[in-house]
Ligand binder design. Structure first.
Ligand code: GLN
Length: 197
């Protein structure tokens, strides 16, 4: 199984290490040509969404990647990745892929003191260690978006079809369950497609 990691900026290496630990083949997306290869899933890492959004446009990768997500490519997005997927940002005039019908607040916990750790239940996974770094949260989610986790009443993880997005950083912990689940879901989809021929 081949997973593409957007490697323009931010914490992409940590995702790659985790995926490799789990036996997945990893490719990096750094330029337009990298998108010509086939891959089964996509990781949008944390970092700075404004920088990532700008580089995606500058390198001519934006539309192609957006189309793949719209067409159902499984995506795991963390922190800035969630911002890239969001349909709307409540405190920022930018909008990026817009494939996930949620309203997201950037730097929602404050810019300076917005980093913290907690442990909360994630639906289908169990109690999970959550690292928040100048994190966004989801203020509003459209019908059809499933809430997977909330912290202090704010939504911090959702699933919408093949899109999984969270405010925190599973790649910065030693807990591989989220990545494992993501690979499992892709595997199931691939099997289904193979049977369908
Ligand atoms: N604050 C960043 C942004 O708005 C996200 C932080 C992160 O990815 N750790 O893009």
């Amino acid at each position: 199984m081949k997973i593409a990691v957007l490697a323009l900026q931010g914490a992409f290496i940590e995702h790659e290490k985790m995926l490799e630990r789990l036996g997945a083949e990893v490719i990096e997306l750094r330029k337009k040509e990298d998108l010509e290869q086939a891959f089964d899933g996509l990781i949008l890492p944390g970092g700075e969404s404004t920088v990532q959004g700008k580089l995606l446009e500058e390198f001519g990768m934006f539309e192609r990647l957006q189309k793949k997500i719209q067409d159902g490519l499984p995506v795991l997005a963390t922190c800035a990745g969630l911002i890239l997927l969001a349909g709307e940002l409540s405190n920022d005039s930018n909008r990026y892929f817009g494939t996930l019908p949620v309203t997201v607040k950037r730097n929602a916990y404050g810019r300076q003191l917005g980093s913290f750790y907690c442990e909360e239940e994630i639906k289908g996974i169990g109690v999970y260690p959550m690292e928040f770094i100048r994190a966004p949260y989801i203020e509003k989610a459209a019908e059809g978006v499933e809430t997977l986790a909330a912290v202090d009443g704010q939504i911090v993880a959702v699933q919408y079809g093949n899109q999984f997005a969270m405010s925190f950083h599973p790649e910065l912990t030693q807990d591989t369950r989220i990545h494992e689940k993501f690979l499992e879901i892709i595997e199931m989809g691939t099997e289904k497609n193979a049977v369908r021929g």
